[in-house]
Design a protein around this ligand. Structure first.
Ligand code: SF4
Length: 327
């Protein structure tokens, strides 16, 4: 990112923990879903967040939109600590920061028409004065997301998964947000539809000057849409940097393993590709390893890795948390 680009979202040392203790006589059990994560997102940028399921990326996204309370750390949006927002400031934050959900089937109310679904946030945030103005905006939004104006009176059940996700995108855009957390918006869709939705999000970003936090487990799709990528493992950010660098020259052993698992459509190229199969189990976030979170599965782990947690350090364009890169 260039020096002039303004930070819109700044996350510092964020921890989101959940108490999952069962019964009053059992030992306290805390899931460390997000554990000491820091990163910035710039205006008009897409920051992609990848990792296997259970790595904490969705919890991180939900903490940022204030669906979960963090244990500690800070989240600043346009320079304001969101934990301190109250009254009108909080309402305005909710308008500026929207979310697109993973499941286009569950995230739309089946009893509401498409028009009612998209109008609802406009009514909550008091954006237009009359219903006619809101209706006109719904029609515009339907066109922007590639649906037809006459879809306004239909119900979600009448649409395919890709079309429902387009309705979800229109609903997020209804309040003219500045930032959208896209929580695995393509993972429930057919592969043939995924690229269409990603391209739509890219076009909308260019037109409206939005910033995205784009969460997914498919690194190739994340690379396609993102300016920078952050790789999460067991609640930690293990590598972060420009999308091209992370994708073509991964530093962290976990990123290398994730990339090696991406299928290659060309059989000749695929034949010569070495796939890294990760051994060992993903440790429980209730009882994570004392040292590097990846030490139980890393082929390069040493004794030090088992005992000492690596701090994130700058390596060229990248921030990486791995002892291999410490001098
Ligand atoms: Fe592997 Fe050690 Fe680096 Fe962790 S710190 S990724 S265990 S080499």
């Amino acid at each position: 990112m260039s020096e002039q680009q303004k930070v819109i979202l700044s996350v510092k040392n964020l921890k989101t923990y959940f108490d999952v203790t069962k019964g009053i006589f059992t030992k306290k059990q805390i899931v460390k879903a997000v554990d000491d994560v820091s990163f910035d997102v710039y205006e008009n940028e897409t920051f992609g967040l990848v990792g296997e399921s259970g790595c904490g990326k969705t919890t991180l996204g939900r903490t940022i939109v204030k669906l979960y309370e963090p244990e500690s750390g800070s989240i600043e949006f346009e320079g304001q600590d969101i934990a301190r927002l109250k009254g009108n400031q909080l309402i305005s934050f909710r308008k500026d920061m929207q979310m697109i959900f993973q499941d286009p089937y569950a995230s739309l109310n089946p009893r509401m028409t498409v028009g009612e679904i998209i109008k609802e946030p406009m009514i909550i945030h008091n954006i237009y004065n009359t219903d006619a103005e809101r209706e006109q905006r719904v029609v515009e939004l339907l066109k922007i997301v590639g649906l037809k104006p006459d879809h306004i009176r239909r119900y979600p059940a009448e649409f395919s998964g890709g079309q429902r996700q387009r309705i979800g995108i229109a609903r997020a855009l209804a309040v003219n947000p500045k930032f959208i957390v896209c929580d695995e918006p393509i993972s429930a869709l057919d592969v043939s539809i995924q690229a269409q939705v990603v391209n739509l999000l890219k076009d909308i970003q260019k037109e409206m000057g939005l910033s995205y936090l784009f969460i997914a487990h498919d690194l190739s799709m994340v690379k396609h849409i993102s300016d920078r990528i952050g790789v999460m493992y067991l609640g930690h950010m293990v590598e972060m940097g420009p999308a091209n660098d992370v994708y073509h020259r991964p530093l962290h052993p976990y990123t290398t393993a994730l990339l090696s698992a991406i299928p290659i459509p060309d059989p000749d190229v695929a034949k010569n590709k070495q796939r890294i199969v990760l051994g060992g189990e993903v440790p429980s976030p209730i009882n994570p390893p004392k040292g590097c979170p990846f030490c139980t599965r890393c082929t390069k782990a040493t004794e030090r890795c088992n005992n000492e947690r690596p701090e994130p350090i700058q390596v060229g364009t990248r921030i990486v948390a791995c002892h291999l890169y410490e001098r």
